[in-house]
Each structure stands twice: as C-alpha cells, then as structure tokens.
Design a protein around this ligand. Sequence first.
Ligand code: NAP
Length: 234
Amino acid sequence: MKNAIVIGASSGIGLELARLLVKEGYTTYITGRREEKLKDLQAEMPEMYRIKVFDITDLEASNTAFDAMCADLGEVDLVVVNSGWGDINKKLDWNIEHTVIQTNVVGAANMCVRAMHVFYKQNRGHLVGISSIASLIGGRLNPAYNASKAFLSNYLHGLYLTVQSRKQPITVTDIRPGFVKTDLVKGDKIFWMQPVEKAARQILDAIKKKKRMAYITKRWTLFGWLMRFVSGWA
Ligand SMILES: NC(=O)c1ccc[n+]([C@@H]2O[C@H](COP(=O)([O-])OP(=O)(O)OC[C@H]3O[C@@H](n4cnc5c(N)ncnc54)[C@H](OP(=O)(O)O)[C@@H]3O)[C@@H](O)[C@H]2O)c1
C-alpha cells in the first residue's frame, strides 16, 4: 500500500495531483487551511483521503500536524510540498512580501526538512517541491514571489546533495510550473497558460520517473533553456 502527503491540496495543482495519486492507489493526506474544500475532495473517495487542517506559516502547528500524519500512515512514500502564495504587489507592500516569504520560504522549507528527517530515518522516500519558472528570474510584479521560488529550487538542490552524500535511496524532485490556470494566477490572456489537469498529469509523470527537475508543462523547458543561456551570457 502506497501513501502520500500533499501539503496544500485544497485547490489548484495540489488538488488535481492528489486526485491522480489516489487514482494510482495512494492513500493520501490532503492539507490546507480551508477545511470545507478538503472535505469536498475527501467526499470523492473517503477511504483514500485523510485530512489535516493547518497553516504552514504556523511552524509549531505544522510540525505537530506533520508528525501526526506520519504516525498515522506508518511509512511515508511521498511528500509533496505544494502550498504557496503570491499576489501582484506593484506598491511593494511589505505585508504581501512578508506573507510570501513566510509561506513559500519559511513554511515550505520547514515541511521539506520535516519530510527529509522522516526519509533519512526510513532510509527511503520521495520529496517533491513545487517551485516555479519564476525561480529563474527576478519579478517586478511581486519580487518576493520570484525570490521565494529561487530559494525553494536552490534548497531542493541542496537537499538532493545531502542525500547524495548520505548515499540513501531518497529522491528529491524540483517541479517548476509555468502558468497554470488556478486561482493563484490573476488575469486572462496569459501567455502559455496551461490547464491544471494537464499540469498535474505531467507532475505525476515526473514523480513516477523520479526526475531531479521538471518544467511543467513540458513546453516551459524552452523558457528554462533560454534563461540558462541568457544568464550564462549576461
Ligand atoms: N498556477 C501557476 O501558474 C503556478 C505557477 C508556478 C508555480 N505555482 C505554484 O504551485 C503551487 C500551487 O499553486 P496553485 O496555482 O495551485 O494555487 P492555489 O489553487 O491557490 O493553491 C495553493 C494551495 O496552497 C495552500 N496554501 C497557501 N497558503 C497556505 C498556508 N499559509 N498554509 C497552508 N496552506 C496554504 C492553499 O490552501 P489553503 O488556502 O486552503 O490554505 C492551496 O491548497 C504554489 O506553490 C504555486 O506557487 C503555480
């Protein structure tokens, strides 16, 4: 029996990915702050979903919840750190920047570390972080958002290196979505916007292939290459 924890599964990419994991036979813990949304998802297949409600910016509550989920599942095969937030911040409001950093950097890193310690102990496991193509470049609309994703991608790489040096069979995957149609993305006519179902399918594929890093959807690989070329050249 396989099991998974998806941090941030009450909407968007995390919700769709949780659906696919359940279809693959994973008993799946889904988390978020909006309990009703989690209950709606659980109602689709109550025997396969379990719920934990917590705010990842509350580190104590997150750790207590994470430990309880692990104890309930026994061994943990997969942890997806998907929760994230951002908003247009043209006025550079510190409250927005601060929330982004607390959510996407502090909260996400805390969950990654918690998961890694479980995997070190189990001597197996798979950590997946949902970063972004925004990790590749500074952003004028919400500087903290792009910087937070740069942190996460870099951090996941560091965690991967810890596994290499420990020689343990643990996988770390950095997922970098481009624009995906979810509540997070404001505005219509957005370049290369991809359906969330397609993005989730490709994330599942990257998980199955135990990829180190994947651009989602695949077309965004072009952007990744371009950014690597430009940064090497500048
Ligand atoms: N959509 C895109 O174009 C895109 C592109 C690149 C990367 N991403 C990344 O993909 C991930 C998922 O985003 P999405 O587009 O699917 O947006 P979404 O629908 O808004 O989903 C965000 C998820 O994160 C959870 N979350 C946010 N803040 C939280 C907090 N403080 N505590 C606990 N959970 C929290 C939300 O749950 P609650 O609100 O219930 O707490 C929700 O389940 C994010 O990390 C985002 O940065 C998205």
